[in-house]
Write a protein that binds this ligand. Structure first.
Ligand code: BF8
Length: 625
């Protein structure tokens, strides 16, 4: 345990988190907060991005006395290379997730699975037509086969551009063409980023950054978009429904299984297996009232959006959820899963189960899940959890709160349907100034910040200014716990939002899904730009990741900016060691792509920056303020 741990009140704004942090300390269980304290202060060179481990002539660090690494790279080159690889890591994570969905579609097409099926045939026809596949009068399996080939092709090297660039406004595409930023293939751009950043290749920081942007675009308009769209095709396109959030969704009298990670391919099967009458009967025979599935992080978002499954918590709640002592199993796929969960699970009766060959955890129980065996494996996992229930120590159970209500399920299809079949009413509300603009608040928790203080603070400030907020990823749970994801939250909003959202019966903060689902926001921006016959950078919109931590969040931020969306971060990436790179990020990109990053740790000030930006964009469009 760290010396003089910081009080729980400083670490998080939530009562449920504070209670569990204190419980962990009382039980001598270390969490992310103690580990951060032990790791602080961090290496200054790594923080500035000026340490280089790319070859074994080094490692090098750039200082005033040694301004070049052994190879001769200066701070600009070292920082740009490090950042480029950071973005490539994020793009790889999202996009490999997208690829897994194509593989499930392939298994469906080839008849290799009975566990997955095409649920939304209309959507498959629609997106297939968008990428140039003939759909008229054709059998759905034939269309699915062509879509599968097309999307696999988007990962390769044979295309001039990824298929969903069909959604990008021409003005934006022209900018990308001029800058050499059109994403050709997902794997290609990621591999090229790794190539360029090998010693002795791309030694011009601005050039490296342009390819980082291209790599991020391959994620946003490629891998992530494919991931989102095929998840809808296979598991259903989200529609609005009510659910709940916070640690109170864990039920004292039930077998609790938490699904954690990102891809719905596994968590959907766990959910299905938990509803198997035979297994439910086994749970009841073991003395439980039933089986309760709750979500963590983005696979939680996936189940929440489509199935209304409650959300136990976001990134910094994952360790704390186990500390309730009432979790029988944590079932994970991949990404954002702290390895510490294995140790914390072992302090309780909790089974920690990993399911992906590419994301194994030492000490976990492994189930090798594939499309052909998914449901059968899921039933075994749920049975393990039922078995663990009898080992639960009731004296260690503490579920610290009652759940709060949330509304979820705002896919673009659901929004258009709520608007009566087209985006026109939204365009009119923006033109009239009732909705002055929109900001997507996305991303993570980071223990360097008081948990969710910025995520929630910014959302509250924006809606007061009649700026509609869309949330994804870990901001979802934050907004939900703060009471922002229910229609009544219009009472916290400005008069325009109150009028429009009140009339539609929707919250002023809309849950738009998981982190790959930021692709939904890109698509919405493109559709709005087309409706107004302008570029995305002309729209009164913005993006923010206040408490971000991951490579994926960096990729999202960069594809938002490269798509023309002004993007706020609560803290900078590790680039401040290069003035050139920093200047490009916070201003130079504005000249190139019509948007840039802004760094601001204070949510009130960040909201003011968005306010100014939106005002300027509205004036640019000739709209009143
Ligand atoms: O992809 S928001 S902490 S869980 S990286 Fe991770 Fe960040 Fe959460 Fe989802 Ni996104």
């Amino acid at each position: 345990m760290a010396k003089d741990p910081r009080p729980a009140e400083e670490l998080t704004i939530w009562e449920d988190a504070r209670a569990m942090i204190n419980k962990a300390r009382a039980e001598g269980i270390e969490t992310v907060h103690e580990r951060l304290q032990k790791q602080t202060p961090h290496c200054k060179f790594c923080e500035l991005g000026t340490s280089c481990r790319i070859c074994t002539m080094g490692p090098c660090k750039i200082t005033p006395k040694s301004p070049r690494g052994v190879c001769g790279a200066d701070a600009d080159v070292v920082v740009a290379r490090n950042f480029g690889r950071f973005v490539a890591g994020g793009a790889a994570g999202h996009s490999d997730h997208g690829r897994d969905l194509i593989e499930v579609l392939e298994a469906i097409v080839e008849g290799e699975t009975k566990d997955y099926k095409i649920t939304d045939e209309d959507k498959l026809r629609r997106i297939s037509a968008e990428v140039g596949i003939e759909t008229e009068g054709r059998d759905i399996k034939d269309i699915a086969r062509d879509a599968m080939e097309c999307f696999f092709g988007d990962f390769g090297s044979r295309k001039k551009e990824v298929s969903f660039l069909s959604r990008v406004p021409q003005k934006r595409k022209d900018i990308w063409t001029k800058l050499g930023m059109v994403p050709r293939g997902v794997d290609r751009e990621i591999a090229e980023m790794m190539h360029r950043t090998h010693m002795g290749c791309d030694n011009d920081a601005p050039n490296t950054l342009l390819h980082a942007a291209r790599t991020s675009l391959a994620d946003g308009w490629g891998g992530s978009m494919i991931g989102t769209e095929l998840s809808d095709v296979i598991f259903g396109t989200p529609t609005p429904s009510m659910s709940q959030a916070n640690l109170g969704v864990i039920k004292e009298d039930k077998v609790n299984i938490l699904v954690h990670g990102h891809n719905p391919v596994v968590s959907e099967m766990i959910l299905a297996a938990s509803r198997d009458p035979e297994i439910v009967a086994e749970a009841k025979a073991a003395g439980a009232a039933g089986i309760n599935i709750a979500g963590l992080c983005c696979t939680g978002n996936e189940l929440l959006m489509r199935k209304g499954i409650p959300m136990a918590g976001n990134h910094l709640m994952t360790e704390l959820a186990i500390l309730t002592g009432a979790v029988e199993a944590v079932v994970v796929d991949y990404q954002c899963i702290m390895p510490s969960l294995v140790q914390i699970s072992s302090c309780y009766h909790t089974r920690f189960i990993d399911t992906a060959a590419k994301a194994r955890f030492t000490g976990a129980t492994h189930f090798d899940i594939h499309p052909h065996n998914a449901y059968e494996q899921a039933t075994e996992i749920v049975r393990l959890a039922v078995k663990a229930y009898s080992e639960r120590d009731a004296s260690r159970v503490d579920i610290p709160c009652e759940p709060v209500e949330i509304m979820t399920g705002f896919s673009n299809e659901a929004v258009i349907s709520a608007l009566g079949g087209s985006l026109d009413p939204l365009v009119q509300a923006i033109a009239a100034g009732d909705i002055r603009g929109a900001v997507g608040i996305v991303g993570c928790n980071n223990p360097k910040f008081q948990q969710d203080s910025m995520n929630v603070g910014l959302a509250k400030e924006l809606i007061k200014k009649d700026i509609l907020v869309l949330v994804t990823g870990c901001v979802t749970t934050a907004a939900g716990k703060a009471g922002l994801l229910v229609p009544d939250a219009i009472e916290m909003a400005g008069p325009g939002i109150k009028k429009v959202c009140g009339a539609l019966g929707i919250p002023p903060v809309l849950h738009y899904g998981s982190c790959v689902d930021n692709a939904r926001i890109l698509q919405l921006c493109a559709a709005l730009a087309d409706a107004l016959n302008v570029d995305i950078s002309d729209l009164p919109v913005g993006a923010s990741s206040p408490e971000w931590y991951s490579e994926k969040a960096a990729a999202i931020g960069l594809y938002a900016v490269a798509s023309g969306i002004y993007t706020h971060l609560g803290h900078p990436p590790n680039i401040l060691g290069s003035e050139t790179v920093t200047n490009i990020a916070v201003s130079g990109l504005e000249d190139l792509v019509g948007a840039s990053f802004v760094i601001e740790p204070d949510p009130v000030k960040a909201a003011e920056l968005f306010d100014e930006r939106i005002k300027a964009k509205r004036i640019g469009l000739g709209l009143s303020e």
